[in-house]
Every structure is written in C-alpha cells, then in structure tokens.
Write a protein that binds this ligand. Structure first.
Ligand SMILES: Cc1cc2nc3c(=O)[nH]c(=O)nc-3n(C[C@H](O)[C@H](O)[C@H](O)COP(=O)(O)OP(=O)(O)OC[C@H]3O[C@@H](n4cnc5c(N)ncnc54)[C@H](O)[C@@H]3O)c2cc1C
Length: 392
C-alpha cells in the first residue's frame, strides 16, 4: 500500500480542525485534514457569539455565506416571566453546513490538503503517527490533532471518553420557513432543569432545541419538552413532517471537578474544540472555543518550528488555553448548579435574573454581555448584585 506523508494530521474538519488547518497552512506548514463529511449540517444551533465575530472578523466578514444577524433575544423564566432585550452589536446564526463550509474553504484556499474519509485508526511509531482511513488510505504524520467533536474517537484512544457527568444531551428540529419568520432568538429556562430550550432563526429555517445534563431527563422527556415548545411557538401545533428535520447529539459540558485534571495534550498529539471538552458548561456554546483553541494550537506549533520541539508546543498550548478561557469555563462549571438550580434574591436564579432585568438597566447590560459572550463567569454574580444594589 502506498503511504502519503504530511507533517501535521488533523482528524475532523469542523470549525476547530478546519480553522487550525487554515492557520497552519497560511504559515506554510504541511497539513492534512480528514473528515468523511466536509461541510455538513452538524446538529447545532449555529449561534456564533459577538466575541467570535469580532475576534475573527476576517473570517466572519465574508458576506457570501448567508446568516442571520440577531439583535433581539427574548428570555423566558421557569414561571413564564419574559424579557426582550435589544442590543446594538449583533451575534450571528448560521446553518452549520454554511459555517463549516466557510471555515473549510479558508483551509483549502490556504493550501491544506483535505481527505474526505473517516480516520479508522492511528498508531504511534518511533517519531511519527501511522494513520489509516476507513477507505484504506495510509498516512504518516509527525504531529496528530484530534478535532473530531464530542464523540471523538481520537479522544477515546488517547485519553478515554468523557464520563456521563461531563456531557449534555441535546435534541432539536430544523423547521423550514417560507414566510413569517421572526428575527429574534427565544431562550426558555425550565423548573428543576439543568439546561434550556431555544428557538434560533437562520436563513429560511427555524432551529429549535433542548439541552440538558446527560442522565438528568430521559430522551423521551426531552423530546416531549421540545415538541411542546415548538408547538407553542407555532400557535399550538407542530409544523407538518415535511418541514421538520430532527437531530440529536451530545455537547461536552464538563463538571467543575473535571477541569483541573483535563488532559488535552501528550507526546506528539493534542485535542482541540469539542474533542478537548471546550464548550461552555452553562450555555453549551462551543464554536468560539473551537476557533480559539485552534488558534492557540496553531500559535503554539508555529512558535516551535523544529519538529522535535512538539513537546514545547504542547506545553505552550496547555498553558495558553487555560489562561485564555479554561479558568473561566472552570468557573462556569462551578456556577452551573447556582445558575440552573440555585436561588438569588429569594427566587430561582434564572427567574430572579429575568425579573431584575425587567427593571434594572444594569442587570440587562450584564445579561446582554452574557448573551454576546463577553460576561466573565468569575464576576457574573458579583456584577448582577452590584447592578441591583446600585438601584436600591
Ligand atoms: C444541539 C446542539 C446545539 C448547539 N448549539 C450551539 C450554538 O448555537 N452555538 C455554539 O457556539 N455552539 C453550539 N453547540 C456546540 C457546537 O456545535 C460545537 O461546540 C462545535 O461544533 C465544536 O466544533 P468542533 O470542530 O470541535 O467539532 P465538530 O463541529 O463536532 O466537528 C467534528 C468533525 O469531526 C468529524 N469526524 C468525527 N469523527 C471523525 C473521524 N473518525 N475521522 C474524520 N473525521 C471525523 C465530523 O464529521 C465533524 O465534521 C451546539 C451543540 C449541539 C449538539
């Protein structure tokens, strides 16, 4: 069998893998990217926070990839209290096929090689990796990156699967819309529920979903909650089958205890994006962290140009992701029980937040920052309290 060779092999061409490939290829590194699907409709809300739009403006400023820009969010509390918040700087919602295509196209333009195949196996040899694909190709690479998502087979092989408490289960519907589509995002919190239900408008489609900690509710219960929410949205009836496409998937939502010992690197390998566990434990938002971890991985590899210095690159990556967002996601994990099940000012936290936001501009400002991705979890409670106390 003939063997192909690349310096760096990346398994998975989602936002994390494709963005890493584009950054490395732009800098002249020899990269191969494996994915059986390429740009595809991955189960996802497709919400890209303002922070990502701002920090990766050259990527997201492309207007030839359709999206909705969102400036209005309605939050609904467990006791059906509502608040609608408008904000100036929008976030974006893409179909995942479009978003994946946007990032993958940049990688291909930069010169990364793309192999449309599943990686079936890989083995460590003396100073390289031996990679085989499901369609029988054989590849050799010096450095291996697992970017193959929440169900990552590379993670399974390198460090083991995520335990149940580190995952959320999500179900959703994409509903085609020909007219009457509302331009606002709706997020509803439920009683005794570690998660939420959402409605996200995309071009020509409404994306609905429900996500909650794995094992907290059965799949049937989650589907029931989702169906009721979608039916309510359409005035009491689910849209016809021909307009609905159903999806289900897991999201890494790491427990507080899992962050400290989280392993994302080793001898000649690293994990990025969902495969590493990088999603916000409270919101399940992972696209920003997929891009950011890919960027940090690229910077670390580019800072260590000699191939025998991969250990320096992996050590740098490990330090940098923790400093850039790891500590904040760890704090989010610590705050998760308070957020969904705790109390604040004598009420359920989510209810108190929505009630207070109705009357206090400062609280609304904190919430807007949380929605667009700029609110640090380290200071969320303090800033909410400060905003409230400023009024009393
Ligand atoms: C229902 C749901 C809703 C979500 N909503 C949002 C949201 O609105 N906003 C947000 O920021 N995040 C959201 N997320 C999280 C977001 O989808 C992920 O964090 C993000 O896609 C992670 O990107 P990634 O590149 O790490 O992984 P992925 O996007 O999962 O990409 C992994 C890629 O690896 C490929 N792959 C898998 N196995 C192999 C293999 N063996 N060989 C080769 N390729 C392989 C897959 O085909 C896939 O293309 C949501 C998740 C779910 C499940």
């Amino acid at each position: 069998m003939t063997e192909s060779v690349a310096e760096i092999a990346i398994i998975g061409a989602g936002p994390a893998g494709a963005f890493l490939a584009s950054r490395l290829a732009e800098a002249g590194r020899d990269v191969v990217l494996f994915d059986p699907k390429g740009a595809w409709e991955k189960p996802c809300g497709g919400g890209v926070p303002t922070r990502a739009l701002r920090e990766y403006a050259p990527l997201f400023d492309r207007t030839d990839y359709p999206r909705k820009l969102i400036r209005r969010v309605t939050l609904i509390s467990p006791v059906m209290r509502r608040i609608t918040i408008d904000f100036d700087e929008p976030f974006a919602i893409y179909s995942r096929q479009v978003l994946n295509g946007l990032v993958l196209d940049r990688a291909l333009e930069a010169g990364a090689r793309f192999v449309r195949a599943t990686v079936a196996d890989f083995q460590r040899a003396a100073d390289h990796w031996q990679i085989t694909t499901a369609d029988g190709q054989s590849w050799r690479a010096r450095f291996l990156v697992g970017a193959d998502g929440a169900a990552s087979a590379s993670r399974r092989k390198l460090v083991g699967i995520f335990p149940k408490q580190d995952l959320a289960l999500a179900f959703g519907y994409n509903v085609t819309m020909s007219e009457g589509q509302r331009e606002e995002v709706v997020v509803q919190f439920l009683r005794d529920f570690t998660g939420y239900v959402w409605a996200f408008p995309r071009p020509g489609v409404m994306n609905f979903g429900v996500a909650s900690k794995l094992g907290e509710r059965t799949s049937d219960e989650l589907r029931g909650i989702l169906k009721r929410f979608v039916a309510d949205y359409f005035g009491g009836q689910l849209p016809g089958e021909e307009r609905l496409s159903f999806f289900g998937a897991k999201i890494p939502t790491l427990d507080y205890a899992s962050w400290r010992g989280l392993r994302t690197v080793g001898d000649g390998w690293a994990l990025v994006g969902d495969a590493a566990g990088f999603a916000d434990p409270i919101t399940g938002e992972g696209i920003y962290y997929a891009l950011r971890s890919a960027e940090l991985m690229a910077e670390a590899l580019l800072a260590s140009p000699a191939a025998d210095e991969y250990h320096a690159a992996t050590a740098k990556y490990e330090r940098d992701w923790r400093a850039a967002f790891g500590h904040d996601l760890e704090r989010a994990a610590r705050r998760l029980p308070l957020f969904y099940r705790g109390r604040f000012c004598g009420r359920r936290f989510t209810d108190a937040m929505i009630l207070l936001a109705k009357y206090h501009r400062g609280v609304r400002r904190v919430l807007v920052r949380a929605v667009v991705g700029y609110q640090s979890y380290a200071t969320l409670k303090r800033e909410l309290l400060r905003s409230v106390l400023r009024v009393f």
